[in-house]
Design a protein around this ligand. Structure first.
Ligand SMILES: [Zn+2]
Length: 572
């Protein structure tokens, strides 16, 4: 038994995520976590909401709520949706937790002690009316490039030019509307990533088994231009982790908080502690996952994320960990994803384009989405969601292949032999051939799942379902019943057992349908198949079952057209 630590990139708090976000980290991480649990490993699967930073403050202001209240509410919303998608986190934490405050301050203190923090005096816009320094997004004005009158301090939304607040013509505070802005000096902390560049470079070089997508992005950041740059880790904001050196005050940094990118990955660790604290366990319970000096030497740590998060996870977070000089667990494997596009364009949170996680669950159960998204995961390149592909995938794989098999077998048995596994008949060469085929396919499926090859895993699982249908078509128990009922009984006995096997193998992809299949087979035996022939004898002759309700309804053209229209434009 291995100990498997899995983290999914943590979703930002300011809104409900779309399906592209889901398939880029949380969903494949869940697939892997479920599979590892099925195989009997001890799993710690962590995710959280990323709650600090300017966008959270602005979203809260827009909602007319204090930022803490806004974050608490949005966390609950995201947690409920995650449950709806059956994301099996051991903890879905919050980066604003007291545990993360302490850990973030601890890391900053260690980095400072080891000389990896530089204090930098910067010029920044100050608003005497607001009594504070204004972050980029709190300043708007006229774009010097295109003349748009509501350009933000970091970027013009009209012409997309990247800006500095001091570039803006007639700048004003979005907080108060004040125009008496002035430039003042303020001190910030920078993480000396450049000083850790060679160490990080050698570490990335040692990761021969990482996906090219992961290592190529890391290498680009390490070497392009002037190479890896130092990075600011503090902000002039109210909402965040107050800047402290461990537990000590940090002179000159009063009233400042850590930059959200610095505290967000530390939340992986903090969320584990949130869990064990909530369980009333002592510190050894979370440290055995995260500290090499407290039992984490044999932990295998896997991270899942979209490609936009790779630089932080290959460089910035490891710089934090390495720079601390303490024996923290570093990631062993980073699985990164390209983007899922939507119907000829991009998903867009700001424009409400595409399907959002809450909307998806209002239309169809989680398994439909899980199956399609995972079987079309954007692994080697970007992939595209179209309603036609979604309809075709669901109808063919789930309804015609898997659902139809379960329905035909159980209904046939009920009508000819009653609702129990038939006793008569022996297996023949046809069953032997099926078992040999399934054995090879199950072993290939295991290999792909262990390697986090999501699409290949889905293809293999589909092939396992198809093999059952083809077998049924060939041996035709409905014909055999007329001339040789014992033969029909043997075929049915094997096919009912195959339903149980399908439930076990399919659980990581479609957990609800899997549970329904087990319930219909009146068994709780969900043991992973070692020997396939043995697994196909798990339900003995005479074992009762029931015909389940339709596992997967087909998506009608009419519904597809309605949804296509509904999700083409702006979210209401
Ligand atoms: Zn502009």
């Amino acid at each position: 038994m291995d100990r498997i630590l899995i983290t999914s990139a943590i979703p930002y708090i300011n809104g409900i995520k779309h399906l592209g976000n889901l398939v880029g980290s949380q969903l494949p991480a869940d697939l892997f976590a479920r599979y590892m649990r099925c195989r009997g490993h001890e799993v710690m699967f962590i995710c959280a909401t990323d709650e600090h930073g300017t966008p959270a403050e602005l979203a809260a202001a827009k909602a007319g709520k204090p930022v803490e209240e806004f974050c608490a509410e949005m966390h609950e919303v995201q947690a409920e949706i995650a449950k709806g998608f059956r994301l099996s986190f051991d903890n879905f934490g919050r980066s604003s937790s007291p545990q993360n405050h302490v850990l973030t301050q601890h890391f900053a203190g260690k980095l400072a002690e080891n000389g990896f923090i530089r204090e930098v005096v910067e010029e920044q816009v100050y608003s005497p009316t607001d009594g504070r320094f204004l972050p980029d997004r709190y300043i708007e004005g006229t774009c010097p490039n295109c003349g748009y009158d509501s350009a933000r301090g970091d970027q013009c939304d009209n012409c997309t030019k990247q800006l500095d607040p001091t570039d803006l013509i007639n700048p004003y505070s979005t907080e108060s509307g004040a125009t008496d802005l002035e430039v003042r000096e303020t001190k910030h902390l920078h993480l000396r990533q450049s000083a850790l560049k060679d160490d990080l470079d050698a570490w990335i070089d040692s990761k021969h088994d990482w996906p090219i997508l992961t290592t190529s992005i890391a290498k680009k950041w390490l070497h392009d231009g002037d190479g890896l740059q130092d990075r600011g880790i503090t902000r002039d904001l109210d909402w965040g982790v107050p800047v402290k050196k461990g537990t000590e005050e940090w002179p000159g940094m009063e009233g400042k908080v850590f930059y959200v990118w610095f505290d967000a990955p530390i939340e992986y660790i903090a969320a584990t502690k949130e869990l064990t604290d909530a369980n009333g366990e002592d510190d050894s319970a979370w440290k055995r996952w995260w500290r090499l000096d407290a039992g984490a030497e044999d932990v295998k740590y896997f991270q899942f994320m979209g490609k936009d998060n790779v630089p932080f996870h290959t460089l910035s977070f490891p710089a934090t960990i390495k720079g601390s000089g303490e024996p923290w667990k570093l990631v062993d494997y980073i699985k990164s994803f390209n983007y899922l596009n939507y119907d000829g364009g991009q998903f867009s949170t700001s424009r409400g384009r595409g399907v959002f996680m809450d909307q998806a669950l209002e239309i169809l159960p989680a398994d439909y989405w899980r199956w399609w998204l995972l079987s079309n995961a954007p692994e080697s390149s970007d992939s595209e969601f179209t309603w036609e592909n979604f309809q075709a995938g669901v109808n063919k794989d789930l309804a015609d292949v898997l659902g139809n098999f379960v329905s035909r077998v159980t209904k046939f048995c009920r009508s000819k032999f009653g609702e129990e596994v038939p006793t008569a008949g022996e297996y023949t060469a046809e069953e032997d051939a099926l078992i040999a085929n399934l054995t090879a396919r199950v072993r290939a499926y295991e290999d792909h799942m262990s390697a986090m090859e999501v699409r290949k895993s889905a293809q293999e699982l589909r092939a396992i379902w198809v093999a059952g249908n083809e077998y049924l078509q060939t041996v035709a128990p409905w014909s055999a019943f007329k001339t040789d009922p014992e033969r029909a009984a043997a075929i049915t006995r094997l096919s009912l057992n195959l339903i149980r096997l399908y439930a076990v193998l399919s659980a990581p992809f479609i957990p609800d349908a899997s549970a329904k299949m087990l319930t219909a087979m009146k068994t709780s035996d969900d043991a992973w198949p070692g020997d396939v022939a043995e697994a196909l004898n798990a339900l003995p002759a005479g074992h009762a079952f029931e015909v389940p309700e339709v596992l997967f309804a087909k998506i009608a053209d009419e519904d597809r057209e309605i949804w296509q229209e509904k999700f083409s434009g702006t979210r209401d």
